[in-house]
Design a binder for this molecule. Structure first.
Ligand code: TV1
Ligand code: CA
Ligand code: ZN
Length: 394
């Protein structure tokens, strides 16, 4: 079957924490943690829970988080409440110094990317704990694929919040994998650049980071990051890979870059584990992203990484049209398991979200969105990246 090109089944474990579904970034905020609950409800309704082990774990501890993050920043995350922030004074000033509660646009005071949300520390410990447990499950050798759709918070920095991300669960998970595996490759198909992860490992010879992301007028978030010429530093030279894309990118063009680049990455870097951030904001019709991938096109990238038969950690990330994201992550869970699932969505508690797509998993992509990626741009980008990777092989 197309979900399982090499026929072999994989041992899959899956982390889901109900405590994350209720987290609220604020009424108007684009980040909606409930989408993970929606994905889970779909996964359950398709009967996929029976094909995976459920990872049960304690939330990450302060020490787990402080293994990467600055202690002053971890202390802030652990103590901040919305009430203390609202009261102003020291709590607000400290929070804002770590980019929590800071308006992202001066002209719009409500545009706070990283709000001082209720239950902030608990939320961080839960999604980070899931990614750590998933990494440990792979390191211990009991599973081939581990999934945490509530993880993938790739922008969080050592000492500040960024782009809706507070704790960088990906960096924590990769550090955990490095205890068991000589080399780890990180691949990021979120529409945004994986800046927090790239920065954390930019000097590392043991971690290669690869990000595919949208680039428009040079000001798409995170501004100035993810240029084709950013290739890593020192021991990390040619171990950072950046693939900037223009708006309107379709399945064919995306895979035309993804497949040869990741094939080459696997050939020259020979990673012993793969971490894949599967942000759903690269899908067609996203509220923030302007790429035009279908769920099948997005999942094809997951299936390709699975085909290498190297321990694989699948994480979530962005995704702001929540019915699309939930359907995508459910389908990718089926891909991980190696099971074909019907396009008709089974009846379940979030049914009404899928009415607009005829209760089908695979919704239709935009037909009249202009694809700004010329063949020339895609060929140039591919050749530049492949040439850089060749230098590693030499
Ligand atoms: C509150 C309410 C916050 C509505 C933020 C879009 C909002 C955005 C909002 C928004 C929004 C961004 C920036 C400018 C930083 C600012 C999870 C100084 C309609 C992984 C993060 C994007 C993407 C951050 C996260 C970006 C991820 N875009 N409405 N904020 N500068 N912030 O550009 O990669 O998907 O948009
Ligand atoms: Ca990306
Ligand atoms: Zn994103």
């Amino acid at each position: 079957s197309p979900s399982c090109p090499d026929g072999r089944k994989r041992r899959v474990c899956y982390y889901y924490d109900r405590g994350i579904a209720g987290v609220d970034y604020g009424e108007d905020h684009v980040m909606v943690p409930r989408r993970v609950d929606m994905a889970h409800a779909l996964i359950r309704s398709y009967g996929l829970l029976g094909d995976m082990s459920r990872l049960r774990t304690r939330p990450a501890t302060y020490d787990d988080i402080a293994a990467f993050h600055d202690r002053g920043y971890a202390d802030l995350l652990g103590s901040l409440t919305p009430e203390a922030f609202a009261a102003g004074g020291e709590a607000e000033l400290t929070a804002r110094s770590f980019n929590v509660g800071e308006p992202s646009k001066k002209e719009d005071p409500r545009s706070v990317d990283n709000p001082p949300i209720a239950g902030l520390w608990d939320y961080c410990c839960r999604y980070a704990g899931g990614s750590l447990a998933a990494a440990r499950a792979l390191a211990a050798g009991g599973y081939d694929i581990a999934i945490n759709w509530s993880g993938g918070m790739h922008h969080a920095c050592r000492d500040k919040a960024s782009g809706f991300c507070y704790v960088n669960d990906i960096v924590l998970a990769i550090r955990e994998l490095l205890a068991a595996f000589a080399r780890v490759v990180y691949v990021d198909i979120d529409v945004h650049h994986g800046d927090g992860v790239e920065t954390a490992f930019v000097h590392s010879g043991r971690v290669m980071t690869v990000s595919f992301h949208q680039r428009t007028n040079n000001d798409f978030f995170p501004k100035g990051r993810g240029n084709l010429a950013d290739v890593g530093v020192g021991e990390g030279v040619y171990r950072a890979v950046n693939v900037p894309l223009y708006a309107g990118m379709d399945d064919e063009g995306y895979y035309g870059l993804f497949q040869p680049i990741m094939e080459k990455v696997m050939e020259v870097f020979k990673p012993e584990a793969i971490v894949m951030q599967c942000g759903g904001d690269s899908l067609s019709g996203d509220r923030l992203g302007r790429l035009n991938l279908s769920i099948a096109g997005h999942a094809r990238c997951v299936r390709f990484m699975r085909s290498f038969d190297v321990p694989l950690l699948l994480l979530g990330g962005g995704g702001y049209t929540i019915n699309h994201v939930a359907a995508c992550w459910c389908y990718e869970t089926a891909v991980a398991i190696g099971k074909e699932i019907d396009d008709d969505i089974p009846q379940h508690c979030y049914d009404s979200y899928y009415q607009s797509q005829g209760y089908k998993l695979h919704y239709t992509v935009k037909k009249n969105l202009k694809n700004d990626n010329t063949n020339h741009h895609m060929t140039q980008t591919k050749n530049t990246v492949l040439r850089n990777l060749d230098k590693l092989a030499a």
